[in-house]
Ligand binder design. Structure first.
Ligand SMILES: [Zn+2]
Length: 326
């Protein structure tokens, strides 16, 4: 009895009865495919299939199964399946949805290896969906630079704002030039600087909340007009409402958020700092603040995020030193 098990058969449409060749993945899954579709997609396959494969023509080396030549490939079935689906016409297979960074990169590498140029472009685009970008912005940026996709490059750069200015090492950093990395660093800093304008000009707050009565949670004033026992700021750093100083915890929130935004100039920074501020207020057990701060702060956080995103959208990634493919 043989120790290795029989190769399994790939699912539809790679089990087609009229297929004319079998590609065997590295993990022993047999894909019954049509030479024509693959030959049309890539000159590599065209050449490969032109080589004599049937046992009548020659070679006893070529394994035959169900009367079809078996060609072993180095990709595993998880990579081969989406790659082949991309090569097939939409009547037989829909383009697969790739939602994991590693999967996309594996398929991308295989597409390159087999000179599947159109597939390479299509697969590359699937990297730039929010789910993948959120967790892999720097890697996506590097790949977009390398594959010369300008729009995707700018999109990925926007997501890199979730990372600190000096990121930890990532494998794909080797793909980009120092000019491209510098471009990204300058963009990051420009975004961080642009946001600081919100600290000096507070009109974005008073335009939204015209009177202190609109922000009882910020000034610690109860509905009866008296103040709660929470400490109020004495620094005058955020002079929003005449005669009403803001609560000290809110001033601390603003200070630390603007500091954090220098490192990560993005909405997520604000979201996290808002929740932290709410937590700290709750811990103080002030009856007034515990009731009004969570709602008030979350609304304020939304306003803050909108303003930040508005400013960041005006900052452009300066790509003029990068040579793009025509
Ligand atoms: Zn209070």
């Amino acid at each position: 009895m043989s120790a290795s098990s029989e190769p399994s058969c790939a699912p539809s449409p790679f089990d087609h009865a009229r297929a004319d060749v079998i590609l065997r993945s590295s993990d022993d899954v047999d894909f019954h495919v049509f030479k024509l579709f693959l030959s049309l997609a890539s000159p590599f396959f065209e050449t490969l299939f032109d080589l004599p494969q049937s046992s009548e023509e020659m070679s006893t080396d070529v394994e035959m199964k169900d009367g079809l030549p078996v060609i072993p490939v180095s990709e595993d079935s998880k990579t081969l399946d989406p790659l082949l689906r991309f090569c097939y016409p939409c009547t037989l297979a829909e383009d697969p949805a790739l939602e994991d960074f590693r999967d996309v990169v594996n398929v991308l590498e295989a597409a390159k290896k087999y000179s599947l140029d159109t597939v390479e472009k299509t697969v590359c685009k699937s990297l730039f969906n929010p789910k993948i970008l959120e967790a892999n912005s720097l890697r996506c940026f590097a790949i977009a630079c390398r594959t010369r996709m300008q729009e995707e490059c700018a999109l990925a750069a926007r997501y890199t704002l979730w990372e600190p200015l000096v990121p930890t090492w990532f494998e794909e950093i080797e793909l980009i030039t120092s000019t491209e990395l510098l471009t990204l660093l300058v963009y990051h800093r420009k975004c961080a600087t642009a946001i600081q304008a919100l600290k000096t000009d507070l009109s974005w707050i008073t335009t939204e909340y015209t009177q202190s009565a609109a922000v009882p949670w910020m000034v610690g004033k109860t509905s009866s007009g008296s103040y709660c026992h929470c400490t109020r700021s004495s620094s005058g750093k955020y002079p929003l409402y005449y005669g009403n100083t803001v609560a000290q915890w809110w001033e601390a929130f603003m200070d630390s958020t603007f500091l954090d935004l220098q490192e990560k100039p993005c909405a997520e920074t604000i979201r996290q700092d808002v929740e932290k501020a709410i937590q700290s207020v709750r811990q103080r057990n002030c009856g007034h603040c515990s009731a009004v701060v969570p709602g008030g702060m979350r609304d304020f956080g939304t306003l803050f995020i909108n303003k930040v995103e508005e400013l960041i959208s005006k900052v452009t990634l300066s790509l003029r030193h990068i040579t793009w493919r025509p």
